[in-house]
Every structure is written in structure tokens, then in C-alpha cells.
Design a protein around this ligand. Structure first.
Ligand code: ADP
Ligand code: TRP
Length: 332
């Protein structure tokens, strides 16, 4: 039986962080042995903010290097740049004819951008979920490993797949967001507001490229308070966040020890943060070191991306030929 198809992408908008790792990359690495995987750098998606060409190129190389440093094996998966696959923008154009302005304007991530960057509400931003749909459908992807923030985008991809099938006949399977532990992950930022992210909340986000001292400093600054005064009291959000981070990188016993100290009011947040900082350093250090070495080796990264693009185009060209035929734009 052929393996189920997995597709996911990460935008080349900056340094990768713990949210990217636990929301997406950790799943990629586990999935590479079980599934037929297509993982890519969403460089077209990152053009919505008009990056400097030199920064964009470095960011693309970095995303590839950091993915490999986290354990992705370019011989097992197709690892490529989105812009190396011309079939993606072709499918995007076709899907745009089935996507309505009204529904795109209602997407929460679009509405956020309208609020936060009113001077740059471009058409690419509006049709962002359509391009993401093309990314997935071009390989007939079924499982899409992403963090919680992408759940609605994948739901839209499902709607567009159904719409295409309804109009032109059964072509695309319906994609679903995926995480090994059923629930999609949201890694919180260290200041208790929102999620870790590549470009916002820089001081409250732990990057895979952060050096040991930076990690320690950021963790020690995480928001806490004087501690609980009543046994088994409810945990404020920002304390829950610290426990969530501890849960990601520390031993089960460590988390349980601090949890019971919280419950009987003997917890010292300073100690808990020191423990978290050391466990984070141990987690991030080897990834950072591998990524730094690879990041310099452009010829190697280029070879990997070329190989990935070849694999991805093999699948993409079949899908686009089928879509053209279904639509009726195959003449010869
Ligand atoms: P960012 O939001 O940091 O710019 P991307 O948009 O490129 O990152 O996201 C790449 C992947 O990382 C997506 O699957 C996304 O859901 C996931 N991701 C990003 N931030 C987080 C987070 N804080 N927690 C969990 N997953 C996240
Ligand atoms: N939109 C995703 C994000 O911002 C990145 C992405 C682009 C993606 N195309 C995709 C994720 C296809 C999964 C599948 O995080």
C-alpha cells in the first residue's frame, strides 16, 4: 500500500523558535519514517512583508539548515523551496477563481493584519490561505502537521478542495491538521502574552539559534509573582505557561515535583526558572551547533534543495496535469 501523503511549510521570515519546533518540526521528524513527506520553505508566503532580497535568501537557507539540524533527513523526505515548484502558483491561480473575497476577508489572521499593518494590506495577504491550499493540494496531501494557529487555514484548504471537487469532479482528498498527540500545540511566549513567534515578541521567544546566556536571560525574565498562598489554588496563565515549557523540555519527574510544590505553596519560582533555563540550554545547544555549521555550507544546502525540488515536481506535475484536464484547459 502506498504511504499517506504529508505536506507542511514554514515561512522564511526569520529565526526558527521553540513554537516552530514543537508545533511543526518535531512532528516532521517523527513522520519522515512513516509517511510520504513534502516539507518546504514557504518563501512566496514571506513576500507579503516585502523582505530585503539578501535577508530572504539567508532566511531560506537557515530554515533548511535548522530543519536538518532538528533531525529531518533530506534523503527520506522532499525538502524544497516553494518557489522552485511552478505548479504551485499555477494551482493557486486556478483555486483563486473558486475563493470568494467575502470569505477571505473574514479570516482572523487577515483581519489581524488589517488591524496591525493597515498600510500594507496587499492581495497576497488576502489570498494567503489560497496559496497555502495550493501548497497542500499540489501533492494531494492528507495530513498537515502544523501548530494550533494554522488550524483555520487548513480548514479552508479542506473547503477549497471540496469546492474544486464539487465543480470539476473528485480530484483532491481533504487535508487535516495533524499532531501526534491529537491536540494541536501552541507554545506560549515567555511574557504571558500570545505565542512565540519569529518576528513579534523577540525577547519572549526562545530561538533555536539563541546562545546559552541569551536563553538563560530570557527564561529568568519570564513573568511570575509571589507564589500561591492557598493549597491547590488555580494557576495564573503566565505560570501555566512556564509549566507548559517545562513539560516540553524537562523530565516528567521534574514537572511533577514543581507541580506538587505549587500545590502545597512551597514553590520558588526562581528555582523553577533556573531548572527550566538549564533544560532549555541542553535542548537547544546541539540543534544550534548543527545548524550553525550547516548554515555556512551553501553548496550543500543548494544540493539538498535541488534534490527536494526534483522530488516535489514529480508529484506536482502529475497533479497539475490532472487539474488542467478536469478544468478543460488541456488542448494538445
Ligand atoms: P511564525 O508564526 O513563527 O512566523 P510560521 O508561520 O512560519 O512561523 O509557522 C511555521 C509552523 O510553526 C506552523 O506549523 C505554525 O503553526 C507553527 N508555529 C508557529 N508558532 C508556533 C507556536 N508558538 N506554537 C506552536 N506552533 C507554532
Ligand atoms: N501558513 C503557514 C504559517 O504561516 C505556513 C504554510 C504555508 C503552510 N503553506 C503551508 C503550512 C502548507 C502547512 C501547509 O505557518
Amino acid at each position: 500500500m502506498s504511504k499517506e501523503i504529508v505536506v507542511s511549510g514554514i515561512r522564511s521570515t526569520g529565526y526558527l523558535h521553540l513554537g516552530n519546533y514543537f508545533g511543526a518540526m518535531r512532528n516532521y521528524v517523527k513522520m519522515q519514517d512513516e509517511y510520504n513527506c513534502y516539507f518546504f520553505v514557504a518563501d512566496y508566503h514571506s513576500l507579503t512583508t516585502h523582505p530585503e532580497p539578501e535577508h530572504l535568501r539567508e532566511n531560506v537557507y537557515r530554515v533548511v539548515a535548522e530543519n536538518i539540524a532538528c533531525g529531518l533527513d533530506p534523503d527520506k523526505v522532499a525538502l524544497y523551496a516553494q518557489s522552485d515548484i511552478p505548479e504551485i502558483p499555477e494551482l493557486y491561480l486556478m483555486l483563486n477563481m473558486l475563493a470568494y473575497k467575502g470569505e477571505l476577508e473574514k479570516v482572523p489572521t487577515f483581519k489581524d493584519k488589517v488591524r496591525t499593518q493597515p498600510q500594507n494590506v496587499n492581495a497576497g495577504l488576502l489570498t494567503y490561505p489560497v496559496l497555502m491550499t495550493a501548497d497542500i493540494l499540489i501533492h494531494k496531501g492528507i495530513k498537515v502537521p502544523v501548530g494550533k494557529d494554522q488550524e483555520q487555514h487548513v480548514e479552508m484548504a479542506r473547503n477549497f478542495a471540496q469546492r474544486f471537487n464539487g465543480r470539476y469532479g473528485e480530484t483532491f482528498p481533504e487535508p487535516y491538521p495533524f499532531n501526534y498527540s491529537n491536540e494541536l500545540v501552541k507554545v506560549p511566549s515567555l511574557d504571558g502574552t500570545g505565542k512565540m513567534s519569529k518576528s513579534e515578541n523577540v525577547n519572549a521567544t526562545l530561538y533555536l539559534a539563541d546562545d546559552d546566556d541569551t536563553i538563560r536571560k530570557k527564561v529568568m525574565k519570564a513573568k511570575t509573582d509571589a507564589g500561591p498562598t492557598e493549597h491547590d489554588s488555580e494557576m495564573p496563565d503566565y505560570i501555566q505557561n512556564i509549566f507548559q515549557l517545562l513539560h516540553l523540555v524537562s523530565k516528567h519527574e521534574t514537572v511533577e515535583t514543581y507541580r506538587s510544590m505549587y500545590n502545597n505553596c512551597t514553590i520558588r519560582y526562581g528555582d523553577m526558572k533556573k531548572q527550566l533555563a538549564e533544560d532549555m540550554v541542553n535542548f537547544i545547544q546541539p540543534i544550534r551547533e548543527r545548524a550553525t555549521d550547516l548554515q555556512q555550507d551553501h553548496p550543500q544546502l543548494q544540493r539538498i534543495m535541488k534534490l527536494g525540488a526534483e522530488k516535489a515536481r514529480e508529484s506536482a506535475s502529475k497533479t497539475i496535469a490532472e487539474a488542467r484536464k478536469k478544468i478543460g484547459i488541456n488542448y494538445y
